[in-house]
Design a protein around this ligand. Structure first.
Ligand code: HEM
Length: 238
């Protein structure tokens, strides 16, 4: 029976998660585009110069957080840099990209640091919300999405550390992940033998399970701000 559950999580649920993620994002774009224009303006005065570059700078370096709370700013920057590396790392788990190997490295990027930074920062964001005044403006979904991220990170980080520093037998080769992930883009998705035969298989399943739940919830959570941050900054600088 567990074989069937694992199969469902590793293949059909990944498609369901990807479809929910994409359709969820599209629906948010449509809602924003079709919503009536406000009577007033969202622009902030006094007007700032360099609208485009200013919006890019604001979105990338979050100077407002820097001015308010240095520790929070550091956590935001660390989280986003690590998340960017995480995205590249997962692309490299699908297939080889020559462009990412300009600086030659062992896949997964970062030697295990990426997962550790993400775990530390997500715990910071989670505990911060338990304190006043953030507790009063938090809703259950805010905690759930951070908990899902934490669980995804814990299992991912474990696999990454095990494959790089683990004892023989407790590591799954990158090629086994590539075989599985690239097969998801074909008509014949399969879980590779290298993953199925590993004593770590259950951890891969747990990682993918929590990642799927995260992807399904993302478009409907406050984290959607990351998709609209640049356009929001442009509107503020209009
Ligand atoms: C179907 C979706 C996903 C699959 C198949 C997958 C697979 C993997 C695999 C195989 C590793 C370990 C690579 C290695 O051996 O070094 C890994 C690492 C990791 N994954 Fe995922 N992942 C998925 C989605 C996600 C998502 C959505 C997140 C978070 C938002 C995530 C976060 C992580 C983290 C934090 C690590 C550890 C990185 C490190 O410290 O080196 N994964 N993932």
């Amino acid at each position: 029976m567990w074989d069937k559950v694992y199969y469902f999580i590793m293949i059909p649920m990944v498609y369901i998660a990807a479809a929910t993620f994409i359709l969820g994002l599209l629906s948010k774009f449509i809602i924003v585009l079709l919503s009536p224009k406000p009577a007033g303006t969202y622009a902030i005065f006094p007007k700032k110069r360099y609208r485009f570059i200013g919006a890019v700078g604001e979105a990338l370096f979050v100077p407002t957080a820097f001015r308010k709370d240095m520790r929070f700013w550091l956590m935001i920057i660390a989280f986003h840099v690590a998340f960017f590396l995480l995205f590249i790392g997962h692309l490299e788990l699908i297939r080889e990209f020559a462009i990412f190997q300009i600086i030659t490295h062992h896949v997964f990027l970062g030697g295990g640091i990426v997962g550790i930074v993400l775990i530390a920062t997500v715990l910071y964001f989670l505990f911060r919300r338990l304190k006043s005044p953030w507790r009063e403006i938090s809703v259950p979904e805010d905690y759930i999405i951070l908990l899902l991220l934490f669980l995804t990170f814990i299992f991912g980080s474990h696999m990454s550390l095990a494959s790089r520093y683990g004892i023989a037998g407790f590591d799954i080769p990158v090629d086994a992940y590539r075989e599985y992930l690239s097969s998801l883009f074909t008509k014949n998705p399969t879980i590779s033998q290298g993953i199925l035969a590993s004593p770590h298989y259950v951890l891969v399943v747990l990682h993918v399970f929590f990642a799927n739940l995260f992807l399904m919830l993302f478009p409907f959570s406050k984290m959607i701000h990351s998709v609209f941050i640049f356009t929001a900054q442009l509107i503020k600088r209009k």
